[in-house]
Design a binder for this molecule. Structure first.
Ligand SMILES: Nc1ncnc2c1ncn2[C@@H]1O[C@H](COP(=O)(O)OP(=O)(O)OP(=O)(O)O)[C@@H](O)[C@H]1O
Ligand SMILES: [Mg+2]
Length: 399
């Protein structure tokens, strides 16, 4: 009996051990499987993080500002550009569109996508960005939807069009300025000519009158002004387009003595002196265009310096540059005008300049010519302290 009991106990123990070891090996297999899944999850997670990082890098490299919002108009995504332009470097995610943008038109464009599921056409608008600058953007908003049905948000792309707008404005201003400058002398010419014709019809003998001569003189002066203006405009457009400059070594002494001779009478009439020193003997430049630079600068110095004043021209070498300075003892220019002085048609005192026959193109021609020589031009001036215009030419051509 005891033997039977021991035998049965042994069988039970064997079964127990067998099941235990089976359970252990199943547990181990399960553990391995879990480990395996964990590793796969980690790899997938890492890949996702890499992809997210790449996406973020791509998004921050995009020059447009991008904002995605949820159905309630709260940000769900924005790129670095958006943060810097619209959010002073920070856009809290709990803000709504109305709290981010003051401009209702922007909010409306997002609403169109969120409520009606429609994309808005690129909409241009002016905006004072976080840094305080005024910029122009073109905004396009598209709805974000799942399987093309359920709208869960909207994506706005803000494209900076400030440069385009500025160029367009410059073109509009230019055309307006040119038309105005052309019309003024043309109106005078037309008026005086009609008066002369009337007078002639009434009494042909009248043509000998002093007033008639004065009218003819005015017509001629206005026609000359027109010629100068058209000439300057043609010059500017030629310099700005791809006109080839023929650079050679120009002798500074030669060009100075030739120019001072041609301006002698002008200077004498105003009891002014024109002196020059040429410590630098040569400059690499297009001779005709260089002459134009000198004429424009010396002519300004002469025009904007009262009777009895002095004009000095110097040619020096400074390091790798040839420096031309045209200095006068004239009326001078207040500092606030310096940054705009080289713009087309810009004049400090419109009335005085027009009286002198100026249209405000001379300095912009100078700037373009110097730039084509890979050089720079600047001004030092203060009211009643005279002005110095400084042109720097590279000693050797960079190309
Ligand atoms: N040497 C100077 N002294 C004082 N003001 C000057 C001097 N040179 C230029 N300016 C100011 O800068 C403005 C622009 O000069 P710019 O030579 O471009 O035009 P302008 O002399 O009026 O006309 P233009 O040269 O086309 O006949 C002038 O109207 C004048 O107000
Ligand atoms: Mg001038």
């Amino acid at each position: 009996m005891l033997i039977v009991f021991v035998f049965i106990s042994l069988i039970v123990a064997a079964f127990f051990l067998y099941f235990q070891s089976k359970q252990n090996s199943e547990r181990q297999a399960l553990k391995d499987q879990i480990e395996d899944l964990k590793k796969k999850y980690e790899v997938a997670n890492q890949n996702l993080r890499i992809e997210e990082g790449e996406l973020e890098t791509v998004m921050s490299a995009i020059s447009d500002a991008i904002l995605a919002v949820d159905k309630e108009g709260r940000p769900i995504f924005f790129n670095t550009k958006f943060e810097t332009v619209f959010g002073q470097g920070r856009v809290p995610k709990f803000l709504r569109l109305r709290e981010i943008f003051e401009d209702v038109e922007i909010v409306k464009a997002f609403d169109l996508a969120l409520v009606e599921g429609r994309s808005s056409l690129p909409h241009p608008f002016k905006y004072r960005i976080a840094s305080g600058q005024e910029k122009y953007f073109s905004l396009s908003v598209s709805p974000l939807s799942r399987s093309g049905l359920v709208i869960y948000g909207a994506l706005g792309i803000f494209h900076d069009v400030t440069e385009l707008k500025t160029a367009e404005q410059m073109r509009i201003d230019f055309v307006a300025n040119v038309s105005h400058e052309l019309r003024t002398p043309l109106t005078s010419i037309k008026g005086y000519t009609e008066t002369l014709i009337d007078d002639f019809r009434k009494d042909p003998e009248n043509l000998k009158e002093e007033s008639t001569q004065e009218f003819l003189f005015k017509i001629s002066r206005n026609a000359e002004r027109l010629m100068n203006l058209v000439g300057d405009l043609l010059d500017l457009s030629s310099i700005e387009s791809n006109e080839v400059f023929h650079k050679e070594l120009v002798q500074t002494e030669d060009i100075m003595s030739r120019l001072s001779k041609s301006m002698e009478v002008k200077f004498r009439n105003k009891k002014q002196t024109l002196d020059w020193t040429c410590n630098q003997k040569e400059v690499l430049a297009d001779p005709n265009r260089l002459e134009q630079v000198l004429i424009n600068l010396i002519d300004n110095a002469h025009k904007y310096t009262p009777e009895g004043g002095h004009v000095f021209v110097t040619w020096e070498r400074e390091g790798n540059e040839v420096v031309l300075k045209v200095k006068d003892t004239g009326v001078g220019i207040p500092a606030e005008h310096h940054p705009r002085l080289f713009e087309r048609f810009y004049r400090v005192d419109k009335a005085r300049s027009r009286e002198q026959g100026g249209t405000g193109l001379g300095l912009s021609i100078v700037k373009h010519i110097i730039q084509k020589h890979e050089g720079t031009v600047s001004v030092q001036s203060a009211p009643r302290e005279g002005s110095t215009f400084i042109c720097r030419f590279p000693l050797k051509s960079k190309h």
